[in-house]
Design a binder for this molecule. Structure first.
Ligand SMILES: [Zn+2]
Length: 137
């Protein structure tokens, strides 16, 4: 028996049945392919009532197992590099005598601006505490 064509009203009347799983037929598919307004109505209805798909058992575990391993932390290397740089600068400052000039310069700052010196000392000390705690985690 040849499948007759559908008009827009007949097509839209079958949308709910189609989304519920009923056989739509070739005329339904042909109308959806030719009529943009009805296709849009069908898509809107499909999006308004998305099918509930069961999550397979173990899906979360398999997904997590496929994730790449966390990258190793570079923090210990960064701290070691900073310590090495600090030691090299200190050795250079001692060798050139700049450290003693810097000591006199810092002593002048402490004498003239004690609050600023206290804040700077607090910041530097806090940085060392932060680096120490970060290295332990
Ligand atoms: Zn139509």
């Amino acid at each position: 028996m040849p499948d007759r064509t559908l008009d827009c009203a007949e097509f839209r009347a079958r949308i709910d049945g189609f989304l519920a799983g009923a056989e739509a037929g070739a005329a339904f598919e042909a109308h959806a392919a030719e009529c943009g307004q009805c296709l849009e109505r069908l898509l809107d209805a499909a999006l308004a009532h998305p099918a509930e798909a069961p999550v397979p058992a173990g899906f979360a575990a398999r997904t997590l197992a496929r994730l790449p391993a966390a990258a190793p932390s570079v923090l210990p290397y960064a701290i070691a590099a900073a310590c090495l740089l600090f030691a090299l600068l200190a050795a250079w400052a001692l060798h050139t005598g700049l450290l003693f000039d810097a000591g006199r310069w810092l002593a002048g700052i402490v004498a003239r601006r004690p609050v600023l010196a206290a804040i700077a000392a607090f910041e530097i000390g806090g940085s060392f505490v932060w680096a120490w705690r970060a290295a332990r985690t």
